[in-house]
Design a protein around this ligand. Structure first.
Ligand code: ADP
Ligand code: MG
Length: 220
């Protein structure tokens, strides 16, 4: 991945969070304290301001730097969680990962995020999007799927929607008990937005490029 491609992905990620800040705030007003949109916007504006410098870094360093910015600037519960995810991903990934290597690094980053939040899928959090999307990625790789970005984006949207009937057992929304039921989790929505933006950017960069079995088979 060259600097231009990295910059495109950083802009896609930050751009969608910033563009949807009001929606994320509204979701957090329903079952939290209404700061998720502003928290995330502040963090990703800091990331966007550094997009050129970040894009010049090797992938592991760029991801670690994004994670550090999110920890410093987002705050709330989501800042340390997303920050941990990106920092752990940066620690686990190499500069030119195959899909299989990327998916292993994502699994490790997800495990670090679960540990940070002392949380598991099913508790109405961002894990309820990140976990099934990683499972979809693993399944898509195993099948040699040619339409991975579209599949991951659809899985993320469905998974965020599936948090609506859940009862929150982690984070501020858990204070509401049964009253948290019937609302989409703000962190699940922000995760789905970021995944959708990354998938769109990747699909635009490499339209319908089939997965190369040789690359997939590494370590599989
Ligand atoms: P805060 O709840 O501190 O105001 P935010 O509003 O920025 O922080 O983020 C709320 C989101 O963080 C929730 O919607 C949920 O997805 C996620 N979250 C909160 N606590 C946890 C946790 N322990 N594990 C995983 N995700 C969590
Ligand atoms: Mg909040």
């Amino acid at each position: 991945m060259d600097a231009e491609q990295k910059k495109t992905l950083i802009q896609a990620l930050a751009g969608t969070v910033i563009a949807h800040a009001e929606e994320l705030t509204a979701l957090d007003q329903a079952i939290g304290d209404g700061d998720h949109g502003l928290n995330m916007k502040r963090g990703f504006e800091a990331v966007l301001a550094e997009a050129d410098a970040l894009a010049q870094k090797p992938l592991p360093d760029a991801l670690k730097a994004v994670g550090t910015q999110l920890v410093m600037k987002v705050g709330g519960a989501s800042g340390p969680l997303y920050g941990t995810f990106f920092m752990a991903l940066g620690k686990e990934v190499n500069d030119a990962p195959t899909l299989a290597e990327l998916s292993r690094a994502l699994a490790a980053a997800l495990a670090a995020t679960r540990a940070r939040g002392k949380s598991e899928p099913g508790q109405k959090t961002l894990l309820d999007v990140l976990t099934p999307v990683l499972a979809e990625l693993e399944a898509g790789i195993a099948e040699g799927a040619a339409d991975l970005p579209a599949r991951l984006k659809a899985r993320a949207a469905a998974a965020a929607e599936a948090t609506v009937p859940m009862r929150a057992v982690r984070g501020r929304a858990s204070f509401l008990g049964d009253r948290s039921i019937g609302h989409m989790d703000p962190g699940a929505r922000s995760s789905a937005l970021m995944i959708a933006a990354l998938c769109d950017a990747l699909a635009a960069a490499a339209p319908a490029e089939p997965v190369r079995p040789a690359a997939v088979a590494v370590g599989a």
